[in-house]
Write a protein that binds this ligand. Structure first.
Ligand code: FPP
Length: 240
């Protein structure tokens, strides 16, 4: 029997989001791009809360890509400051909601002070159990695969791993995401139909949902629409 369009019974265990359109949102209003990022951070708060309320276990947000370093220095600095502000302000909120914070990416490339704030928030929330919020920072899918290959080679050279034992499961354990299940649903805002180097390995069987809404306008109602669309899908994982 086909599911009703308002069906929220099938909640994805892991949602990944490409948060796109902050710049366009600001441009439409004659505001600086950084203002789009600032309101985008409010969407981060709303969507984290929405996912927790709906029973999503893992939420991964593409907050800063490897390619984002190429943006004007002032915009990169503003994004780092915003991230630090978010981490300082939201840690208590994450504690109150029992949400654990994690991060993936080449975190050592972040400014020292941003790294400190990040690690403080990760440590503070480490024992929370209701949901895991994963920020992808200085993250690139190809870079992650390269880092995974290096880690595999290291294990083989040290004699911890036999080359003949390498399969997809073993390789997954050498990625940044080794502690998390693959995403069930990928959401991309602002209409672009691209992966933009996000979770290339992990999204192999993930359902995609692309919306025209710009990220600062993506709130709980839009999240529910995405989950309703997901509930309508029939996942086959390559089988018939
Ligand atoms: C894409 O919009 C968004 C980003 C590059 C960064 C995402 C950052 C935030 C949502 C704010 C801070 C994050 C946290 C976790 C507090 P864009 O600038 O590419 O938009 P455009 O494509 O319209 O130019």
């Amino acid at each position: 029997m086909s599911k009703k369009p308002d069906d929220l019974s099938s909640i994805p265990r892991h949602i990944a989001i490409i948060m796109d359109g902050n710049g366009r949102w600001a441009k439409e209003r004659g505001l600086p791009r950084t203002e789009g990022h600032r309101i985008g951070a409010e969407s981060v708060r709303a969507i984290t809360e929405g996912c927790k309320e709906l029973g999503v276990e893992f939420l991964t947000l593409y907050a800063f890509s490897s390619e984002n370093w190429k943006r004007p220095k002032r915009e990169v600095q503003a994004l780092m400051k915003l991230l630090e502000l978010y981490l300082r302000r939201e840690t208590q909120e994450l504690m109150d909601k029992n949400i654990r914070l994690q991060a993936i990416g080449r975190l050592h490339d972040l400014p020292q002070h941003t790294q400190e704030e990040l690690h403080r928030a990760i440590e503070t929330t480490a024992n929370n159990t209701s949901m895991t919020l994963i920020l992808a920072l200085s993250y690139g899918g190809r870079e992650e695969i390269i880092d995974g290959v290096k880690s595999l080679i290291d294990s083989v050279e040290k004699g911890h791993l036999d080359k003949a034992m390498i399969d997809t499961e073993v390789f997954s354990k050498h990625l940044y995401t080794r502690y998390y299940p693959d995403p069930d649903l990928l959401i991309r805002t602002s209409g672009e139909m691209r992966l933009s180097n996000f979770l290339l390995w992990q999204l192999s069987y993930t359902e995609f949902y692309v919306t025209q809404k710009l990220w600062p306008d993506f709130r709980k109602e839009e999240l529910r629409d995405a989950i309703k669309a997901y509930a309508q899908r029939h996942r086959r994982f390559g089988a018939v």
